[in-house]
Design a protein around this ligand. Structure first.
Ligand code: ZN
Length: 233
């Protein structure tokens, strides 16, 4: 299992690790700061042993780093890596913004999230809502931006599964049940939202800046789609 340094130190950019597996281009380390693509969230890129990491993926409980060019690497060798911080921080802002929006959609209209794609350029959120009311949705985005301006701490911690599932709003994803683990990782926007989540988030809401609603689509029946971006204030 790869130790998840990205959970322990989400604001670190450089790290050292040992190679535990490699076929030349796909490298497994004993620990990593590179967040793997998962749960609809894009991955970290960066540099490992001086070579670009173009993709980070998950295979079971292993994190695999895909190098742009093959490198000659020895098992047990200590290497250094650095993540692309600008990309990572945008992904963190986008991800926390998604949680904030989903919390407001849920409390304001009992919307369930049916899909999401958190990415660097723009992010997408699919949700179910009986009546497609543009003004109502724009109102949620406005409210989100007010909460961001007021700021609130965002933290992550672990809870026993049975304890976590007692919290009614814990899992807002319509189809995704929480993973079958004894402990669930919780991401909490203080006073606003709690989610079972494996992702990386900003430590303070105001790091998001401002959420910009890019596009709203009516996908028929009760399916709606929202594209958003985060901008500096
Ligand atoms: Zn999330």
């Amino acid at each position: 299992m790869t130790r998840k340094l990205y959970w322990e130190q989400p604001y670190s950019q450089d790290f050292a690790a040992k190679i535990v597996g490699s076929d030349g281009t796909r490298v497994e380390l004993d620990q990593t700061l590179f967040y793997p693509r998962s749960g609809g969230v894009s991955c970290d890129t960066g540099v490992l042993v001086g070579v670009k990491v173009v993709e980070t993926s998950k295979e079971g409980d292993k994190v695999l780093h895909t190098l742009e060019f093959p490198a000659s690497l020895a098992l047990g060798q200590t290497v250094t890596g650095r993540i692309d911080w600008n990309r990572r921080h945008r992904l963190m802002r986008m991800h926390t913004a998604g949680h904030l929006l989903s919390a407001l959609f849920y409390s304001g209209a009992k919307c369930l999230i049916t899909g999401n794609q958190i990415d660097v350029e723009k992010s997408r959120m699919d949700f179910s809502l009986e009546v497609f009311d543009r003004t109502q949705i724009e109102g949620f985005v406005k409210e989100a931006n007010k909460l961001i301006a007021n700021d609130a701490p965002v933290k992550s911690y672990f809870l026993e599964r049975s304890e976590a599932l007692k919290i009614p709003e814990m899992v807002k994803l319509a189809e995704a049940a929480p993973p079958l683990e004894a402990q669930l990782r919780i991401v909490e926007i203080a006073g606003i939202d709690r989610q079972a989540d494996g992702g990386l988030h900003v430590a303070h809401l105001n790091e998001i800046g401002r959420i910009e609603l890019l596009k709203l689509e009516n996908k028929g029946k009760t399916n709606r789609r929202l594209y958003y971006d985060v901008a500096n204030t």
